[in-house]
Each structure stands twice: as C-alpha cells, then as structure tokens.
Design a protein around this ligand. Structure first.
Ligand code: URA
Length: 201
C-alpha cells in the first residue's frame, strides 16, 4: 500500500466534523503521487460526494479544459480540496472544518512534494496567502522554500461569471512558464528567494 493510499484510509476514518456523518464518500483527492503541480479547491460538491473524487462536476469539467490549455490531463497533476467532506447544502466550509482538515492537506503536501501549489478560490488562497484578496493576487506567484505558490480564481466562479473566463484562462497559461523558471533558478541557487519575474505583493 502506498503512503498516499494509507493516508486515504486514515482520512476515511476521520469523524472530527459533524459533516462526516452526512457524507456519501470522503473525497481525499487524486492524481500522481509525485505530481509537480498540486491544485487545491474548496470542498466536495454533490457530484464529488457521490463519486468520492474531486472536481468531477461542472467545475471539474472546466478544470479539465483549463488543464488542456497547458497540455495537461488531470492524471498528470494532483487535485485536492481544503476540506474532504461535502458541507451540507454546498455551504461554505466553516473555520473549524478547515482547521480540522488541515492536517490531511499538510500530509498530502509532505508526501507529494509538489513544485507548485495552485490555489483555486478564496478558501485555499487564504491558507497560503493570508489576508490577501483574490481579485488582487490572482495570477501572481510567490516562491517559498523552493515551492511556488500561485493563486487563481475558482473554476466555478468563471462558470458563473463569464467575464472571469478570460482571466482564469490567462492565469492558467502562466503556469508552465513559472514551473520552468523555478527549475532553472533552483539549479543555480537552491536557497529560497524571491524570483524577479514573480510579483511581489
Ligand atoms: N469545487 C471544489 O472546490 N472542489 C471540488 O472538488 C468540486 C467543486
């Protein structure tokens, strides 16, 4: 059993939050266990809860299209959420739920060791870019300890608001450039530092 599968089994036993009682399936995440890019959404919706897989509803279809823009398939990346159980009635995750679930995401990051963490939407952004506003920092990156943190709008937001489509697609198209740049810089100077091409905010 791989370390990630063992972690999935542990997540499936978690009953810390009330919403665990109502889930059909826990949705730990899926993808390559050594993915370069980790995408982090918000929480499972109805479709995800039914299937036990992240981003399989309309937002997920759009995420697949966004990945195709940079010639990637979901199997080549890793996709997770801030919380692993569906909040009742698709409400926003509660701070206690986010706090209870944080350990699972931290362990996924430890095991996968992604080069880039892409936050999708406000909730995952808040974990890595505290006190920032998504309208200001989407499409910008920060490098810390050789990991690039990159904030994007949530695909569902672009589905609901046509004007965000171009924005989210442009932000997606920057990902390959950022990945290449971090590799180049890491070879020369492994110490964490801010890259010139990265926006400072
Ligand atoms: N929205 C999310 O944030 N995550 C999913 O898995 C599906 C929709």
């Amino acid at each position: 059993m791989s370390a990630l599968s063992e972690l999935y089994a542990e997540i499936a036993r978690c009953r810390k939050c009330e919403i665990a009682k109502y889930r059909t399936n826990v949705v730990p995440g899926e993808g390559r266990d050594d993915a370069d890019i980790l995408f982090i959404g918000e929480a499972p919706g109805w479709n995800e809860d039914q299937q036990g897989r992240p981003f399989v509803g309309p937002a997920g279809q759009y995420l697949d299209e966004l990945l195709a823009l940079i010639s990637l398939k979901r199997e080549q990346v890793y996709i997770a959420n801030v919380i692993k159980c569906r909040p009742s009635g698709n409400r926003d995750p509660l701070p206690t739920e986010i706090g209870n679930c944080r350990q699972w995401l931290d362990r996924q990051i430890e095991l996968i060791k992604p080069k880039m963490i892409v936050t999708l939407g406000r909730y995952s952004m808040a974990m890595f870019f505290p006190n920032k506003s998504i309208s200001k920092i989407h499409g910008t990156a920060q490098r810390r300890d050789n990991v690039i943190y990159y904030a994007m709008y949530h695909p569902a937001a672009a589905l609901h608001q046509q004007s965000l489509r171009q924005v989210i697609e442009e932000d997606m198209l920057k990902i390959p450039v950022l990945l290449v740049e971090v590799e180049k810089v890491a070879e020369v100077k492994p110490e964490p530092r801010q890259l010139n091409m990265f926006e400072v905010f």
